[in-house]
Design a protein. Structure first.
Length: 414
């Protein structure tokens, strides 16, 4: 269904007739990984920041919340511009602001200055969510899932590796160097993308206010968008609950890992990134629905394994990989689904999708911490297993699915 406001543009994007070159897909994957990593560098730096600015643990933890808040703001108010502004120019502007914010963060004389810089860098790091719809536009219909999956694998690798890399760099230098090195990487990325990205005409000429209103109407017009966003919110909530609390398990008995050891454990989860391209291929083959159900089931089983293997690091590592694989597969399959809803509004569709599941992740992180305080790791794994089970039940009883089953029982073709 195409909304009336998206039809008034004469510059509708035509379907791609050729596959993007592999080097460009790789570049987009690397760009997504590097930009989204800006959201997670701070997590292993909190102890050092606490000592630098002489703050309490709760106060310094506000840096992570502020960065996430900035990202949510960027998802809602900047990503929709991907349908309105020529993408190469938009990416260039956002990365320029990101670079400046990271330099300010790396040289911040006070903690409030660092908070403001984190808010701005978080908001403009949504570049990744502009490049993914860009990649979808470049791909042919038959290969769109594979291409998007490859690009998303870079984004997910950035999420999973940033904590480890930030911690390692801070250990041999200082926390300020982490931000300054990221700023230098943004400069290189900016120049590379400006040179390499093809120009893409905007899909709409709507004014900014109407663009935001049309985004809200997309939510009302597409129940599939609402369902897929909520499914992924549940999955990312489980993911966040796991990774927020696993550090408490690993630093306590019987493991007694250091912070560096916890960071190295996070590398295990990076192995889950290999499933993203596979999920794209499943989507291209029309297996979106059954493989989504498999992803939900695997996530629930992974939390069960994590609960039973509380004192076995191998079991926890296997569970970490399975959780990451399930979440990433569901993410790619859901993104492929929503991109089919309206080819002229992919950035806005992506904005709703990512903002919703990011909210689910924030809730899952807080709920996971609360569960750990009340009932330890057992409570966390029970909570984590419940979310994908609820998503699986919702998938099984979708309204459209029930109608299709009734038509099939009556002899109709589904």
């Amino acid at each position: 269904m195409t909304l009336p406001d998206t039809v008034d543009s004469p510059r509708r994007r035509e379907p791609s007739t050729s596959a993007p070159p592999s080097w460009l897909v790789l570049l987009l994957a690397v760009a997504c990984g590097l930009t989204v990593a800006n959201l997670y560098y701070a997590q292993p730096l909190l102890a050092a920041l606490r000592d630098t600015f002489h703050l309490g643990t709760d106060a310094v933890g506000g840096l992570v919340t502020t960065t996430q808040l900035g990202y949510a703001v960027g998802m809602l108010f900047l990503v929709p511009l991907g349908d309105r502004v020529e993408n190469r120019r938009l990416v260039t502007v956002l990365l320029t602001v990101t670079t400046a914010a990271l330099v300010v963060a790396g040289t911040a004389p006070t903690f409030p200055v660092l908070l403001v810089a984190a808010l701005v860098s978080g908001a403009t790091s949504v570049v990744a969510q502009i490049l993914i719809p860009f990649a979808a536009d470049l791909a042919q219909d038959a290969t769109r899932g594979r291409v998007v999956g490859q690009v998303v694998s870079g984004l997910l690798a950035g999420v999973l590796l940033s904590r480890t890399l930030g911690g390692l760099l801070a250990n041999v230098t200082s926390w300020r160097v982490v931000y300054l090195v990221s700023a230098a990487l943004m400069v290189v990325l900016l120049g590379t993308l400006w040179t390499a990205l093809p120009r893409r005409s905007p899909s709409t000429r709507l004014g900014y206010g109407r663009l935001l209103r049309s985004t809200a109407r997309l939510v009302c017009a597409h129940p599939t968008l609402r369902r897929r966003a909520l499914y992924q919110a549940a999955m990312f909530g489980a993911f966040s609950a796991f990774w927020t609390t696993i550090a408490f398990v690993l630093t306590g008995p019987p493991f007694h890992y250091s912070q560096l050891g916890v960071g190295l454990f996070a590398l295990v989860g990076a192995g889950g990134a290999v499933v993203a391209p596979l999920a794209g291929r499943w989507a291209d083959r029309g297996l979106t629905r059954p493989m989504t159900g498999v992803a939900f089931a695997v996530a629930a089983l992974a939390f069960t394994l994590a609960g039973l293997g509380r004192h076995d690091v191998v079991a926890l590592a296997v569970a970490a990989v399975l959780v990451d694989m399930a979440v990433q597969a569901a993410f790619v399959l859901g993104q492929h689904t929503i991109y089919q809803l309206d080819s002229t509004a992919r950035a806005r569709l992506n904005s709703v999708y990512i903002a919703t599941f990011f909210l689910g992740g924030a809730i899952g992180s807080q709920a996971g911490s609360f569960a750990y305080r009340l009932g330890g790791w057992t409570a966390v794994t029970a909570f984590g297993a419940t979310l994908p089970v609820l998503a699986l039940l919702a998938l099984a009883f979708e309204p459209g699915r029930r109608r299709a089953v009734r038509r099939s029982a009556g002899g109709a073709t589904v």
